[in-house]
Design a binder for this molecule. Structure first.
Ligand code: URA
Length: 201
């Protein structure tokens, strides 16, 4: 998909915010350009910054393992983050950085055009669903989103690494929900989702 590659090339030389001064690599996204499912995380960490690929560290390994449990390979989905550059010391993204960067994520959503979007953690969930509500209250259900996509928020896998088996099990539940939504879509069945028609952020 040429347009996606062109957007990635533009991002790779982006200097729109301060993070361009401290990054090693821009971490644009990885996966099938025509994926049915897009996962959206927060921002690259140390390993991602060094390798230029999202979710390649400990959180990524957990994500890969949990995806495999619902019968999906990492290569089947498209994976991106809200921020394309690592915040120094893995601090939280700042509002002006999200603002500068969000055009890239918007472009990825437009071009990949997945049927299901999974937001991982507070930053992605709050940006895409335009809410201040925390992830614990948002997760566990489907939202009908922009262009009739189904959005399913879940915890960030790094939270599972800190929070143990209970958080991991909740991510498992949300991934199983994603799997069943895809299966219903494949069967041409309707998908139950709160009619929360939201425009793109
Ligand atoms: N955490 C994220 O949100 N994204 C990554 O790519 C890695 C860790």
């Amino acid at each position: 998909m040429q347009e996606l590659a062109a957007l990635g090339a533009r991002a790779s030389v982006c200097t729109d915010c301060r993070l361009s001064e401290t990054r090693t690599n821009v971490v644009f996204g990885v996966g099938r350009p025509d994926a049915d499912v897009m996962m959206v995380g927060e921002a690259p960490g140390r390993n991602e910054d060094l390798e230029g690929e999202p979710f390649v560290g400990a959180a990524g390994h957990l994500l890969n393992r949990l995806l495999a449990e619902v019968g999906m390979g990492r290569e089947e989905v498209y994976i991106a983050n809200v921020l394309k550059c690592r915040p120094p010391g893995n601090r939280d993204p700042r509002p002006d950085e999200i603002e500068s960067c969000k055009g890239y994520l918007r472009g990825q959503l437009d071009l990949v055009d997945p049927r299901v979007v999974m937001t991982l953690g507070n930053f992605a969930t709050q940006l895409l669903l335009r809410t201040n509500t925390g992830i614990s209250r948002m997760r566990g259900r489907t939202y009908r989103w922009w262009r009739d996509k189904v959005l399913i928020p879940t915890f960030h896998p790094a939270a599972a690494l800190r929070g143990g088996e209970r958080v991991t099990d909740q991510i498992r539940e949300d991934l199983a929900l994603m799997r069943s939504v895809l299966d219903s879509m494949d069967a041409g069945e309707g998908v139950l989702a709160e009619p929360e028609q939201l425009g793109l952020f």
